[in-house]
Design a protein around this ligand. Sequence first.
Ligand SMILES: *[C@@H]1O[C@H](CO)[C@@H](O)[C@H](O)[C@H]1NC(C)=O
Ligand SMILES: *[C@@H]1O[C@H](CO)[C@@H](O)[C@H](O)[C@H]1NC(C)=O
Ligand SMILES: *[C@@H]1O[C@H](CO)[C@@H](O)[C@H](O)[C@H]1NC(C)=O
Length: 179
Amino acid sequence: MLAGLVLFPLLALASPAIVKRDDASINQAIGYINGNITKVNNTLNTFTKPKDSITALIIKAESDDLTKSVNNAAAVANASAPLNDDQSFNVATAILNLQPNIYSLLDNLKAHKPQFDTAIFGFSASPLVKSTLQEAQTAADSFGDAVTPKLTATYQSAAPVIVQQIDDKFNDAIAYFSS
Ligand SMILES: *[C@@H]1O[C@H](CO)[C@@H](O)[C@H](O)[C@H]1NC(C)=O
Ligand SMILES: *[C@@H]1O[C@H](CO)[C@@H](O)[C@H](O)[C@H]1NC(C)=O
Ligand SMILES: *[C@@H]1O[C@H](CO)[C@@H](O)[C@H](O)[C@H]1NC(C)=O
């Protein structure tokens, strides 16, 4: 009984439902985004044939997981206490390292537009890619909105530039899949 009472708070602390309010939890969430980016990118690299509905559906499912991981990062950042300078540096560095991976994935997506254009039993999956990209863009914006106010002043003032660059890159890819 006593052991149970003592153990319970420890288990509660270890539970993933308890969000840690620091840079480590935000960086872990950014790590999940990177993992999901790699997964989608690897599947994209196997998407080489026309009329490949199966791979297109896998890419769609993995892209939805990626968007979920971005929304998860937004929730974790939102739940975090304000970061100090060192913590802000850590998170800003992780975001700067994430940025080229986002660009790389969006470029690779564009490179596979010919495959998407015949992916749904010979018809174009581009409208589906477009709406998937719009959902991912909305998630990226919420992550930017959630993390920015947690950073210290210097990083906070630099953040909108990065957020805008990523947003522009999404707009470019969305335009590409709009035609
Ligand atoms: C994708 O993100 C989720 C969190 O939303 C995480 O649990 C999962 O491990 C990530 N997948 C990869 C392949 O990294
Ligand atoms: C952010 O956190 C506040 C309280 O900490 C909560 O009310 C709000 O719903 C959260 N927003 C998101 C997008 O998670
Ligand atoms: C995606 O795959 C391409 C082609 O192999 C590679 O050049 C690029 O670095 C990869 N990007 C990511 C984020 O894994």
